[in-house]
Design a protein around this ligand. Structure first.
Ligand SMILES: *Cc1c(COP(=O)(O)O)cnc(C)c1O
Length: 394
């Protein structure tokens, strides 16, 4: 028998275990609700991106069921061959109106939208100017494009300006930020970055994955929140988080979208969304437009929970969104605290390197519109108890 050529992976796993970075998957039983069952335990779920509860909204479920009955379960091909259905086009038209842009292209995921777009638009002659905390899918897109990557410290406008000023004026450059940073929960400085992009002739791109359905009118994103319409050339949104389903999209000019139809590799080489997904996304847009109470409740819950954590003395960093990190330092402490909370019925996932810096391990909490006040008060009580037991707070 030959030796296993993958045996070196055992060492990698052993090293993850030593650093407290080895996590076993929690298994969800039943619906991904705000109070849900994982690993046979009923918990307040503070680890889901289902901000508005749309993943289980009756209108979305019905739309998906109807689509399966009428169209079946798969689309049969990539968009550019025979996998474009009328409902795919309708979703793109609806999203373009929602975002106040000329056109939208939908991808299989937000990851595919980011990576596919950056890789298609840039070449190895170009430069990306990127916030250090931008999402992995942006970084992977930059790597695939082979463009040079220049990183500025988180939200450091002076550093971003210095990088831009040192580049030759004729250099093609892409300035890129997350609208909401996924591990900090703070907002990208979109208006200031737009001004820099205008001054230095850079392409401006915003990844609004965690802002979609959360910020702006009816949840249309940070460009609306900051009133920067017309100043962001490429907007990426996700359909997988607050929208409750699956997918990502790019919003911009008709020319940009036409180009991506021809050059974005996930669009060209990976099968389009099944009818149930597309129909549920269309229903989600109806809900965002007609049921504003979900976004209102999300923000009420956010204010209640965030102020509760701060009052207990936790380090919640820079957060200004429904994502509130509880920063504890070492990955092992974060893992221990997350496990202790889980035992007491609160699910707040610990996050360590490489997702966040080595000394900034944390529990990430995300509230939803569908949490009850009792859920959130219970979670605060357990955070207080476990935080004191582990010496994270006094
Ligand atoms: C989640 C996320 C994505 C990826 O979106 P998916 O639809 O889950 O693939 C992209 N960017 C950011 C900032 C995210 O948080």
């Amino acid at each position: 028998m030959r030796a296993d050529p993958l045996s070196f992976l055992n060492n990698e796993i052993a090293s993850l275990k030593e650093q407290g970075l080895y996590r076993k998957l929690r298994i969800l039983e039943g619906e991904p609700a705000a109070h849900a069952t994982f690993d046979h335990k009923s918990v307040v779920n503070l680890s889901s991106n289902n901000y508005l509860g749309l993943a289980t909204h009756p209108k979305l479920k019905q739309a998906a069921l109807d689509a399966v009955r009428t169209y079946g379960v798969g689309s049969g091909a990539v968009r550019s061959i025979s996998g474009t259905m009328e409902m795919h086009m309708e979703l793109e038209r609806r999203l373009a109106a929602f975002k106040h842009v000329e056109a939208v292209v939908v991808f299989q995921s937000g990851f595919a939208a980011n990576a596919g777009t950056v890789a298609a638009v840039l070449t190895k002659e170009d430069v990306v100017v990127s916030d250090e905390l931008n999402h992995a899918s942006i970084i992977d897109g930059c790597r695939l494009s082979r463009a040079a990557i220049k990183v500025f410290p988180h939200k450091d406008m002076a550093a971003a300006r210095k990088i831009l000023a040192e580049l030759p004026p004729a250099q093609r450059k892409l300035l890129i930020t997350d609208g909401v940073f996924s591990m900090e929960g703070d907002l990208g400085p979109v208006p200031d970055l737009c001004a820099l992009a205008e001054e230095f002739g850079a392409i401006m791109m915003v990844d609004d994955a965690h802002a979609s359905g959360v910020f702006g009118k009816n949840g249309s994103g940070t460009v609306d929140h900051f009133q920067c319409h017309g100043r962001v050339d490429i907007q990426v949104g996700t359909l997988s988080k607050a929208v409750g389903v699956l997918g990502g999209y790019v919003a911009g000019s008709r020319t940009l979208i036409d180009f991506l139809y021809h050059r974005a590799r996930p669009f060209l080489f990976s099968t389009s969304h099944p009818p149930a997904v597309t129909a549920a996304c269309l229903a989600a847009l109806d809900v965002l437009e007609t049921e504003p109470q979900w976004i209102e409740r999300l923000w009420e819950n956010t204010r209640f929970f965030k102020s509760g954590l701060e009052a207990l003395g936790f380090n919640t960093g820079l957060s200004e969104s429904p994502i509130t990190p509880v920063i504890v330092g070492q990955a092992a402490t974060a893992a221990k605290m997350s496990d202790a909370l889980f035992e007491r019925g609160v699910f707040a996932q610990s996050i360590g390197f490489p997702t966040v810096a080595r000394d900034k391990a944390r529990l990430r909490t995300i509230v939803a519109a569908t949490h009850t006040r009792e859920d959130l008060q219970y979670a605060l009580d357990m955070f207080a108890k476990v935080g004191r037991e582990l010496g994270v707070i006094q």
